[in-house]
Design a protein around this ligand. Structure first.
Ligand code: PGA
Ligand code: ZN
Length: 425
């Protein structure tokens, strides 16, 4: 081994995410003095089966502090990994999984483990003098993702009247990533005018992901109509398609076995019919979490019936075991890729491989509690995901798009996924 790539020190600290909540930041430093730093995001609309996020649960920050996780990094993980080689990512991640010793990372906390895992990858690529996306994907990294822009927000992420969490547009007809972003932002601005005129200027207040939040808008069809109007107004027509993240686990009452939609309690069959009508009326090409997170059968039924991309977020939680169960049953045909749902880079990459090998798409995703760090953008290219969702405006979101714009500028070998977003290769 090149002794320069040995870990000399690992240092964790508590910083803030975009919502002003504490989160973990980690530095991994080599013998040569190379430093990689990673900041870890956190979710709000979380899946039940996600890896365990360790919070202090004491008086500080209303219990949301992460000093216990930081202590685990500095006192347990650091001493264990010192002297190991940063370029052996799998060995590093497996050592932490073993040190934790639980299925869900309940001991050390997935936030502690993931902080070290990502910081380690950043140190490794810096040591080897290659960009992170190239380090992750090697010579095979070649696709720039379609940005999935959450223009109108609802559910747990916003104070609008909408039940579904994200009403997104996808500029699949753009020729390049930068064109996709330009067109997407033009539509965002145009939509702002339409929303202000029809729903009042307070509707321009943005939600957690930087999308609009019309308080009186309750029907997802109104959101889709407004988006289509903005797209048409600019003459973009078929260059855009629509998509949704319904986050349906959060609309579901498991005692009553009913979903709440537009103030009414409806059955699983009724919500499935609602989706069928939506997809036949609008150019929707992708729906994330249309049903609650335990309903693998329902997801299989919808996948078969709709013939569009169905993404499992809370359903799969980037977990290979849950994904395999889904694959066996034909539940969904794409996986949302959120690294902190599983807790190490290695396990997330394994899940993505499993998805691709079984004909499933992979959409790389932020969390609602994001930071200004940009590693997510590199990961989306590294795995040739073909699609990334990281909100629409606000710097913790645009920082990812900006990183992709930079990479597109200096690496001309990369191609925009466009309409092949689900099967980019
Ligand atoms: P979260 O929401 O980051 O709060 O989990 C995003 C999503 O559901 O996709
Ligand atoms: Zn989701």
């Amino acid at each position: 081994m090149n002794s320069g790539t040995k870990i000399r020190q690992i240092k964790g600290r508590e910083i803030l995410d975009c919502r002003g909540e504490p989160t973990v930041e980690v530095d991994v430093i080599t013998e040569e003095g190379i430093l990689g730093r990673a900041k870890i995001p956190a979710g709000r609309s979380k899946g039940k089966h996600e890896a365990f996020e360790l919070r202090d649960k004491n008086a500080r920050y209303g219990g949301r502090g992460v000093l216990k996780a930081v202590r685990n990094i500095n006192e347990k993980i650091g001493p264990k990994l010192e002297g190991m080689d940063v370029t052996k990512q799998r060995e590093i991640d497996e050592t932490m999984i073993e040190l934790d010793g639980t299925e869900n990372k309940n001991n050390l906390g997935a936030n502690a483990i993931l902080g070290v895992s990502i910081a380690n990858a950043k140190t490794a690529c810096k040591s080897l003098k290659v960009p992170l996306y190239r380090y992750i994907g090697g010579t095979n990294a070649r696709i720039l993702p379609v940005p999935v822009l959450d223009l109108i927000e609802g559910g747990l992420l916003a104070n609008s009247g909408l039940d579904f969490q994200e009403h997104q547009v996808m500029p699949i007809g753009a020729g390049t990533f930068s064109e996709a972003i330009r067109m997407g932002m033009e539509v965002y601005k145009e939509l702002g005018k339409i929303i202000e005129e029809n729903w009042g200027k307070h509707s321009l207040n943005v939600g957690v992901e930087g999308g609009y939040t019309p308080r009186k808008m309750q029907d997802p069809r109104e959101a889709l109509e407004a988006e289509l109007e903005a797209i048409e107004e600019l003459g973009y027509g078929e260059k855009f398609v629509l998509s949704l993240d319904c986050a349906a686990s959060h609309l579901y009452d498991d005692r009553e076995e009913k979903y709440t939609l537009m103030g009414e309690k409806i059955t699983r069959e009724e919500i499935i019919d609602f989706y069928k009508d939506l997809v036949s009326a609008y150019p929707i090409v992708s729906i994330e979490d249309p049903l609650e997170e335990e309903d693998f059968k329902g997801h299989a039924e919808l996948t078969k019936a709709l013939n569009i991309q169905i993404i499992g977020d809370d359903l799969f939680v980037t977990n290979k075991k849950r994904l395999k169960k889904g694959i066996e049953q034909g539940a969904a045909n794409a996986m949302l890729f959120k690294v902190n749902q599983i807790g190490t880079l290695t396990e997330a990459l394994d899940s993505a491989q499993t998805a691709f090998r079984n004909g499933y798409g992979v959409q790389v995703s932020e969390r609602s509690g994001q930071t200004e760090d940009t590693w997510l953008a590199d990961l989306s290219i590294g795995i040739n995901s073909g699609q990334i969702k990281t909100g629409v405006t606000r710097s913790e979101r645009t920082s990812k798009y900006n990183q992709l714009l930079r990479i597109e500028e200096f690496d001309k070998t990369l191609k925009y996924a466009g309409e092949n977003f689900r099967r980019p290769f």
